[in-house]
Design a protein around this ligand. Structure first.
Ligand code: SF4
Length: 460
């Protein structure tokens, strides 16, 4: 689903997720992210808004037709203009509906487009017919004109399946969940390098590209080896030739320099959100600040950020550390943070810093993908008995999802890597289970967990 309006996208995704046979597997806010994300998650249908930053939805539809022909396109737009409809059809879209269509019509439209049927809002189609050339067949034109004239075209052509009813536990699919744009891009880069250099030179990831073993295995199959050592400088000692890939959560400049000195070919898969934090810290230090960085010790992202200017940055993890913080000099202070922390924890630490250092400059750098997943999980917790988070225990954002559901949603939450980790004891007396997943969790793992939870019988 691609729509730059967060509220609209969230609402549409939530509505579609209520349909038991539909799953929103990825969300993006820009037209120029559509193809990369679609290639990574390979959806059956892409729902595209028209007006988006980057490229518009109609250009994205055309690009998707070339890059992933198996993915059908449904344009879902605020602007019901005939010209858009004509261009959408020319771009290969099968469906075109307006956003204020009733929710059940949208779900029907997705199903029909997935089956290869053409679905067009009848009023729009009529307007297009009045305006000039149409891409519709004669039969489709007749049906749409009949619909406009009140002959019930939609009703006669839409084969609506009654929604499936669960006999066991009900699973609430929390959206957004799963792959973020940074992970999708990092995987794409790594696979591209593995394919381009296959048989000519080794390609090595310096640490886990994302904190997920299933993705790592997939990449190894694509010709990308892994050095799992968490200390990136030590990991580099094991790479003697070929190409080295820096992971999504960034790298210290000292490691980059050392890799260059070894004569390696460098590929940077750092997420743009992490790069932005690196740039921010560079600017703050250059303008004379000392930077307090809120992060998790031992995670590669803080190691990368602190490596920018070790003498002018200080890592803290908790409120307690604010109270005991000793600063090396009299420089003005600024605070920023790791992209994948709990937004509530980070806010509390920042508030304590502001209490202690009222002039501190605040830059909250938790990424949008992390925030959206946390907010959705806490909101959904209200409506379920417990939440299952699918993700690796190495993944910071997956662990934070568990934490925020427990602490802010006040519901039990469990982290599972695969369906095999589910413990039936967790679900004793449970009727509704929320399922979400970390930003580095492959969709197929989440699907398997949902199926396994749905298969569990309700127990008193
Ligand atoms: S979780 Fe955020 S910072 Fe990390 S890769 Fe995804 S978008 Fe980038």
């Amino acid at each position: 689903m691609a729509d730059d309006q967060l509220l609209v996208r969230g609402a549409l995704a939530a509505l579609l997720s209520l349909e038991l046979d539909l799953e929103v597997v990825a969300e993006v806010a820009r037209g120029d992210e559509v193809v990369a994300v679609a290639l990574a998650v390979r959806p059956d249908v892409a729902l595209l808004d028209v007006e988006m930053p980057g490229i518009d939805g109609l250009a994205a539809a055309a690009a998707l037709r070339d890059a992933l022909p198996s993915c059908k396109v449904l344009i879902v737009t605020t602007f019901g203009r005939g010209g858009y409809l004509r261009r959408a059809m020319e771009a290969g879209a099968l469906g075109f509906v307006v956003k204020d269509a009733p929710a059940d019509q949208l779900a029907d439209a997705v199903r029909r487009v997935a089956r290869g049927e053409r679905v067009v809002d009848p009023t729009l189609a009529a307007a297009t017919l009045a305006g000039g050339t149409s891409q519709l067949t004669a039969r489709e034109r007749d049906a749409l004109v009949a619909a406009r004239d009140g002959d019930g075209c939609s009703g006669s052509t839409v084969q609506r399946k009654p929604p499936r009813r669960l006999e066991s536990m009900e699973v609430v699919r929390i959206t957004p969940r799963g792959y973020c744009h940074g992970v999708v891009e990092a995987i794409r880069i790594a696979k591209r390098e593995g394919a381009a250099r296959a048989g000519s030179e080794p390609v090595t990831m310096l640490g886990y590209l994302v904190h997920n073993e299933h993705v790592t295995r997939e990449l190894e199959e694509a010709g990308v080896a892994l050095v799992a050592e968490p200390d990136r400088m030590k990991a580099l000692e094991q790479v003697t030739e070929g190409t080295v890939i820096f992971t999504a959560h960034g790298i210290s400049p000292a490691v980059v320099e050392a890799a260059r000195a070894r004569g390696l070919n460098l590929v940077d898969a750092t997420c743009s959100d992490v790069t932005r934090t690196h740039d921010l810290v560079r600017e703050l230090v250059a303008s004379g600040h000392h930077v307090i960085y809120i992060g998790k010790r031992g995670h590669p992202e803080p190691a990368g950020v602190l490596g920018i200017a070790p003498e002018h940055t200080t890592l803290i993890e908790s409120i307690a550390e604010v109270d005991t913080l000793e600063l090396p000099d009299e420089r003005p202070l600024a605070v920023t943070c790791q992209t994948t922390l709990s937004m509530w924890d980070t806010q509390a630490i920042i508030e304590r810093l502001v209490e202690r250092f009222p002039t501190i400059e605040v830059h909250n750098e938790i990424c949008r993908a992390t925030q959206e997943r946390q907010e959705a999980a806490v909101l959904a917790a209200d409506d379920v008995d417990c939440v299952v988070v699918v993700g690796s225990d190495r993944s910071s954002n997956s662990q934070r999802l568990v934490q925020v559901v427990r602490e802010k949603g006040h519901r039990p939450a469990y982290l599972v890597d695969t369906a095999a980790d589910l413990d039936p004891e967790w679900f004793r007396g449970v009727h509704r289970v929320g399922v979400t997943s970390g930003a580095s969790t492959p969709t197929q793992l989440t699907r398997a967990v949902i199926a396994a939870v749905e298969a569990l019988p309700e127990t008193a």
